[in-house]
Structure formats: structure tokens, C-alpha cells
Design a protein around this ligand. Structure first.
Ligand SMILES: *Cc1c(COP(=O)(O)O)cnc(C)c1O
Length: 415
């Protein structure tokens, strides 16, 4: 690999792809006189459903809200259990807790960092209601195995697809298979498609639609057949609901992003594969698994894992050294047990933990870092990062050797 000098500009780990189309769409919307939920949101929802090959998509304030609404639509609450991965963003697990159910954590596969489907069956109890897999970093989980377990045990599947809008499983978009009751996408700025903030829930059984719409907006029911916003100003509230709606300004951003999403993913794939080939020469770090014919990776994150025994440094030292090289990194994510609430929670709910612990999730969370990856990056940017990683690792190796020398020399001095 060709060595490159330290970058003179900072490269962030992620940057949203906002073009002139997004800007023009926002300006048009702001000028239109209708800026909150309205016609553009409706158009965006239709475009989302078409893109994801699902009968219905509802746009929401966030993916977090989408997960909450999915669990609520399934009637999951007090006394129930939901099986999910130990390696996820905290909101996946918090939503289960907020509904009064217990998240039952399953360890990850060491290579993909996705929930290990082979460890699900042993955690099923009479209280289990659903399986909640997360497609980490953009790599789909082994869904056939998850659906098969769900079918055998009569469990619902809710996919946390925050990272995987645009990825495919077995040739189909994530969310498109009716064996999952719900799939939830995120449009946070770090995700492959952004609407500033936002998310969407995809589903197949249209009987859920009324519940989701009520829960999305104050439990307000509008008269049938009265198109909003022209409908009657009077309404009923058949149930208390949340305020989780989407705005037309966000929809304008999303409508401009959606036609570019596949090209974004293709570019991410190219850059990720360049990283994989450059860093395959650095045995001190562990590389993320690529997709395959069945699981098409959309590379939302490129997650490198430090091997501390080989680099003689902790992850945080390594990310600080990369920062000094003007290379930004992210942490996706801190482990659940680094949070005070969850340390207490799982003391009180040992049923949420496997008896043999979560060794792969623990090792992953301690050592991981997300390297810069976004479609506007150049190949030179990737080469810069590759060189920076090699320099940082080589410095660690030198330090380890020096330390060893001091020890052996002082050993020799001991009479
Ligand atoms: C980003 C993310 C979420 C939350 O998405 P928001 O739209 O910010 O609520 C949920 N789950 C995972 C796996 C995520 O990465």
C-alpha cells in the first residue's frame, strides 16, 4: 500500500449528502404555505413504500418512535419478553423497557456483529412475544433462520432496519418480506438516507394502519373520506396518542434523497471494498464482514475492531491517535452495560441475560470504531485513512516492543 502523509483537513466519519435538489425542495416547501404533515409527506410515504416493496410505509418523527409504535401495535407490554441483540443503539432496548416488557439479549456473531440466530431458540419462554433483530452497519441479519424460529414459536418479527434502507435480503428490499410484521428505518443524518431527523415504519397487514396513525398524532381520528387538510376541523380522540408526525419540509429532503439512494449505497460499497483491500494487510485490526449473494450490504458504517493484544493500545488511544491524524471516528455503540440504568436493570432482570454472558458483544463494543464512510468521499480519502491506521498501529507495535525490551533488560539486571 502506498503511504500517504497526515491529512491537513479533518475527515469526519459521516457527512450527509445534501444536494441542490434537497435545498430547492426545502425552499419550495417553506414558500408553499404548508410546512408540517401534508401533501409532501403523503408523497414521500408512497415513494417509500414503492422503493421498499411494501404495501404501506408511514413516515415518523424518528426510528425510535417507529420501534415504539411497532411494539404497541403488537400489544407488547408488562410481563412480555422481546428477544433482541446485545449490540445495538440504546433505543432498541429502551423501547422494550418503556413498554414494560423485558429485553432478552442475545450475543452477536463474532464476524458480522449481528444477532446470532443460533442462540435465539434457547432464550424463548412462554412470555416471549417478538424477535427484534438489528441489521448492524447495513449488513442484513440471517433472516431465514430468524423467520423460521418465529414461525415455529408463533412470534412476531420487528426489524430494526435503521441502517438498512436500500439493502437487500435474498434479492428483496429490507422490510418487503411479510414474515416480518414491521420494519423500521431511520433518516437521521448519519444514515444512508436523511430527512434531517425522521424515520418510517413499513408493514404488510393493513389492519395495523389505523392504530399507527392514531398513535402517531394525538389519537386524533379524522372523519373517513375527508382529505387532510381540507377536512372538518372537528375530530374525535378514541385513544390517547403520541405526537410523532413527520413534516413536509423533511419530506421535501427525503423526496430528493430517495432517487439517489441506490447510487449512494453503490458508492459506499466501492469505498468499503477499498478499505477492505487496503486494511487486509494490517493484522492488528479486525475488518467487518462484507455481504454476500443473500445479504446485500449497504455499508452505513465501516466498523473496524482493534485487537488490543496486537496493537498494545486501547481503542480510545487508537481513536485519539487517528484524530491527531485528522481522521474522525464514531463509536457505534457504547455497550449497554456502560449505562447506569442498564447495569441496575439487568441486576433486577437476570432473565434478560444469557447464562454464559455476552462475550462477543462485549469484545466488539470495547474495541470498535467507525471509520469515515460517506458517498462524497474520494478514493484518496480512503487511502489517507488507510495510511493513518497503519501509522497508528505501527506506533503501537514499536511501543510494545520498547516496553518488552525494558522488561527483558531489567530482568537481566535482577541478580
Ligand atoms: C439510528 C438508530 C436508531 C434510531 O434512529 P432515530 O431515527 O434517531 O430514532 C435505532 N436503531 C438503530 C440500530 C440505529 O442505528
Amino acid at each position: 500500500m502506498q503511504e500517504r502523509p497526515r491529512r491537513d483537513t479533518f475527515l469526519p466519519f459521516s457527512r450527509p449528502m445534501i444536494g441542490e435538489e434537497e435545498i430547492a425542495g426545502v425552499v419550495d416547501t417553506l414558500r408553499s404555505g404548508w410546512i408540517t404533515t401534508g401533501p409532501r409527506s403523503a408523497r414521500f410515504e408512497e415513494a417509500l413504500a414503492a422503493f421498499n416493496e411494501v404495501p404501506r410505509c408511514l413516515a415518523l418523527l424518528s426510528a425510535t418512535t417507529g420501534l415504539e409504535l411497532a411494539l404497541s401495535a403488537l400489544g407488547i407490554g408488562e410481563g412480555d419478553e422481546v428477544i433482541t441483540t446485545a449490540h445495538t443503539f440504546v433505543c432498541t432496548v429502551s423501547n422494550v423497557v418503556l413498554r414494560g416488557a423485558v429485553p432478552v439479549l442475545v450475543d452477536v456473531e463474532p464476524d458480522t456483529m449481528n444477532l446470532d440466530a443460533g442462540r435465539i431458540a434457547e432464550r424463548i419462554t412462554p412470555r416471549t412475544k417478538a424477535i427484534l433483530p438489528v441489521h448492524y452497519g447495513g449488513l442484513p441479519c440471517r433472516m431465514d433462520r430468524i423467520w423460521e424460529i418465529a414461525r415455529r414459536h408463533g412470534l412476531a418479527v420487528v426489524e430494526d432496519a435503521a441502517h438498512t434502507m436500500g439493502a437487500r435480503y435474498a434479492g428483496r428490499r429490507i422490510g418487503s418480506d411479510p414474515r416480518s410484521a414491521f420494519s423500521v428505518y431511520s433518516f437521521h443524518p448519519n444514515k444512508n438516507l436523511t430527512t434531517i431527523e425522521g424515520g418510517a415504519i413499513a408493514f404488510h397487514d393493513l389492519r395495523h394502519e389505523a392504530h399507527l396513525k392514531l398513535q402517531r398524532f394525538h389519537g386524533i381520528a379524522r372523519g373517513a373520506g375527508t382529505p387532510y387538510p381540507e377536512g372538518s376541523p372537528l375530530y374525535d380522540v378514541p385513544t390517547p396518542g403520541r405526537k410523532s408526525n413527520f413534516t413536509d419540509v423533511q419530506a421535501a429532503v427525503g423526496l430528493a434523497q430517495l432517487p439517489k439512494l441506490d447510487a449512494f449505497a453503490a458508492r459506499r460499497r466501492e469505498l468499503a471494498r477499498l478499505y477492505l483491500s487496503l486494511l487486509s494487510e494490517v493484522p492488528e485490526v479486525e475488518l467487518p464482514a462484507d455481504g454476500d449473494a443473500e445479504r446485500e450490504h449497504c455499508w452505513n458504517l465501516f466498523v473496524l475492531r482493534n485487537r488490543p493484544e496486537a496493537t498494545a493500545m486501547a481503542r480510545d488511544e487508537m481513536t485519539a491517535a487517528l484524530k491527531a491524524e485528522n481522521v474522525g471516528t464514531g463509536i457505534h455503540w457504547q455497550g449497554l452495560f456502560s449505562f447506569s440504568f442498564y447495569r441496575d436493570y439487568f441486576e433486577r432482570h437476570p432473565e434478560g441475560l444469557p447464562k454464559d454472558g455476552l462475550p462477543h458483544a462485549a469484545r466488539t463494543t470495547e474495541n470498535l470504531m467507525s471509520l469515515p464512510l460517506f458517498p462524497a468521499m474520494t478514493e484518496e480519502d480512503v487511502l489517507d485513512v488507510g495510511s493513518a491506521v497503519r501509522r497508528v498501529v505501527a506506533a503501537g507495535r514499536r511501543r510494545a516492543r520498547a516496553k518488552e525490551r525494558v522488561w527483558t533488560e531489567s530482568d537481566r539486571r535482577v541478580p
